[in-house]
Design a protein around this ligand. Structure first.
Ligand code: GMT
Length: 375
């Protein structure tokens, strides 16, 4: 198949999944054309059947705001027409689904065909998409998509109810390459972060308010009272300065490592013991899945799609949003009980391999394309 993929190329779960999916589909013999404003972060290797088409944005002085959605539409038309794309797969509804809908219309007007499928990832549905300036367009473009997938049952239900959409939405969960994301013995970095053999909590995100990163710092402060523990915070975003301020204010500077944006996620996870995800909105929680694949139990909130990923009292623990004391208690429990920790760690890895491994989920996308193309 010739598959066009549009996603946000920067850090963030939807871009990661779109890129990893494209790479995996290319490994399975498909021809992949990425269409975006930048080269996707994880698209680092040259491969004969992967192509990248950059969207050029006009900076004509009359346009006070860049007209990205329109430039993207034109690029989609060009690529789909000349590369003879069978199916265009857009990740994150805004504005990608709208551009794809328009591109398809233009192609059809020219007597040719194009099918497109939209993968809903999270805030495109639960937050931004609900804003009055976007809602009608998001609803319309989802309704007009030839196929729609959501990364969790939670997100599927939210889409159907919030947008009053009557449409078949297939749930295809996110995935992880469990051959890459796996436990590694004797991680050399651990010594650096925890020189006296302390335990290590880790959180990786884009530091947006929905991630509630300050909660992670407050959890560390509680855990430290019982178990010598350090914290790794990887990633960057709007709340980073606030977190650095909180760390100084709480006198935790010696215990918290701010790493900023990092690519060595597997090493970071392997230098850690517990993954903390205190989000107030999370349709899936891809970084928690990556942690689970590396054998890290996860302590998360009960919101969104997280209970579909984290099995309470088996692969980690789930608490209510903002319940710092409970999350800290769970962390202390796991970090001070070696046998229990080992069991949870094995369970987490096993669940990642059994339910969310790349090979299994990529096949589901392939079948989805076949269904959409034959519909
Ligand atoms: O960061 C992104 O690219 C999108 C982002 C978002 O805010 O919508 O992440 C969403 O998509 C990820 C990949 O499917 C999920 O793992 C995240 O849970 C989800 N984020 C939220 O729902 C807040």
């Amino acid at each position: 198949m010739k598959i066009g993929i549009t996603c946000y190329p920067t850090y963030g779960g939807s871009g990661v999944i779109a890129t990893e999916l494209g790479k995996a589909l290319a490994d399975r013999g498909h021809e992949i054309h990425f269409i975006s404003y930048g080269i996707p972060m994880r698209l680092t290797q040259l491969k004969e059947n992967i192509f990248y088409h950059e969207v050029e944005i006009s900076n004509y002085p009359l346009f006070e705001f860049p007209l990205y959605d329109l430039a993207l539409t034109s690029k989609m038309v060009e690529v789909c027409k000349y590369e003879k794309i069978d199916i265009l797969h857009v990740h994150y509804a805004i504005p990608h689904s709208v551009s794809a809908m328009l591109a398809k219309q233009i192609i059809i007007e020219n007597g040719e065909t194009l099918k497109f499928t939209t993968t809903l990832h999270g805030t495109d549905i639960t937050l931004v998409g609900l804003e009055p300036s976007f809602l009608p367009l998001v609803k319309f473009s989802i309704e007009r998509s030839d196929g729609v997938t959501a990364v969790s049952n939670f997100l599927k239900e939210k889409t159907l109810t919030n947008y009053k959409i009557k449409k078949e939405i297939e749930v295809i969960p996110n995935f992880v390459d469990t051959e890459v994301y796996k436990p590694k013995e004797d991680c050399v970095f651990k010594q650096h972060f925890a020189p006296k053999g302390e335990k290590v909590l880790v959180h990786i995100s884009n530091f947006r308010p929905v991630k509630r990163v300050p909660d992670v710092i407050k959890i560390l402060a509680e855990v430290k009272k019982k178990v010598p523990t350090k914290l790794i915070l990887a990633g960057d975003g709007p709340d980073r300065s606030e977190c650095e301020r909180l760390v100084r204010e709480m006198d935790l500077k010696q215990d918290v490592h701010f790493l900023g944006k990092q690519e060595a996620v597997v090493d970071i996870l392997n230098a850690s013991d517990l993954f903390i995800m205190p989000s107030q909105s999370e349709s899936f929680g891809l970084s928690a899945l990556e942690a689970m694949a590396c054998g890290l139990p996860t302590i998360s909130t009960s919101i969104g799609g997280l209970p579909e990923l984290v099995v309470h009292a088996e692969t980690g623990f789930i608490a209510e949003i903002g319940d710092i004391d409970r999350m800290a208690k769970y962390a202390i429990d796991l970090l001070s009980n070696e046998n229990k920790y080992k069991l949870f760690s094995e369970n987490a890895r096993m669940r990642a391999v059994k339910c969310f491994d790349k090979e299994k989920i990529v096949k589901q996308y392939e079948n989805h394309y076949i269904r959409v193309l034959s519909s």
